[in-house]
Design a protein around this ligand. Structure first.
Ligand code: FE2
Length: 285
């Protein structure tokens, strides 16, 4: 039994979530004095906001070695099992910037295009489930590139309060499939089939895998699932107290339990292109 199928358990969890979640960016933004040695209060503040909101924002002073600084912050918050992504550097940190490399430019994150609502690694097999990610701004674009996100637990609550059938359909074990990914005849990633909302066995937390990308995504061919996906998209498109929107400034970052998020398109300053550093982890904060 879990919040998915036990009404009393769901109501307790929902009430706790609604009373603790914060709705302003200011309450979720924490200044870090020394990224290599977080103070107890900084650490408690970040972990507390991650526990109520599934994300926290943080701000550093200019650093000599920013990659080491971000890895150190992540490690102190319990993130050490990183995902060695296709284009990640050796320490798991990917440079999200507009790429001139043709192979890499096939992937939307490495372009200046908008990215629709998604959770990271929605295509991964269960053993490589992305439970947390960090995104840190080195350079912002000349214009655009704003991030928007929503705690997936709040999305679940709003949908369930609207109509329990919607979330029921989104927990269908075959709700969303992504075909296997091949490069030059080699299978890089097996087919991924699973629910959109589910309880993660490892953490017992409500989790989400989703993308609004239409290419290579198959939803279960049932009216319940297709209508539920439409309701989810409608919620994401709307503007609730639980939608957050921010243009990350240099030296600002987000650390989160893989909340659902999107990015606006952007225009670069050719001499100083937009650059964000991203880490993806199998750990939950
Ligand atoms: Fe993402």
């Amino acid at each position: 039994m879990s919040i998915l199928n036990n009404k009393d358990e769901y109501r307790r969890w929902r009430d706790e979530k609604l009373s603790s979640t914060k709705c302003s960016i200011g309450e979720c933004l924490i200044d870090i004095i020394d990224p290599f040695s977080l103070s107890n209060s900084e650490k408690e503040h970040i972990l507390g906001v991650c526990s109520s909101n599934n994300f926290a924002l943080f701000q550093l002073k200019q650093q000599q070695n920013i990659v080491e600084a971000i890895i150190s912050v992540s490690l102190q918050l319990g993130l050490n099992n990183y995902d060695q992504h296709l284009y990640a550097h050796s320490n798991g940190i990917a440079h999200i910037t507009k790429s001139e490399n043709n192979n890499q430019a096939n992937y939307i994150p490495y372009t200046n295009k908008a990215i629709g609502w998604h959770t990271d690694g929605y295509y991964n097999e269960d053993a490589k489930r992305i439970r947390a990610f960090t995104l840190f701004c080195i350079n912002k674009a000349l214009s655009g590139g704003t991030s928007e996100w929503m705690d997936h637990c709040m999305a679940y609550i709003l949908l369930r309060e609207d109509n329990p059938d919607i979330v029921q359909a989104l927990t269908h074990p075959q709700a969303m499939s992504i075909p296997q990914h091949e490069i030059g005849g080699n299978v890089r990633r097996p087919k991924s089939t699973g629910p959109i909302f589910f309880i993660d066995d490892n953490t017992s937390k409500l989790s989400m895998r989703y993308t609004q990308r239409k290419k290579n995504i198959n939803f279960l061919d049932s009216n319940e699932v297709l209508e539920a996906v439409e309701s989810l998209d409608e919620l994401l498109r709307s503007n609730t107290d639980y939608h957050f929107k921010l243009l990350l400034e240099p030296n600002q970052g987000i650390i989160c339990n893989n909340v659902i998020h999107k990015r606006d398109e952007f225009i670069d300053d050719a001499k100083n292109p937009r650059l964000l550093l991203r880490g993806r982890y199998y750990d939950h904060i």
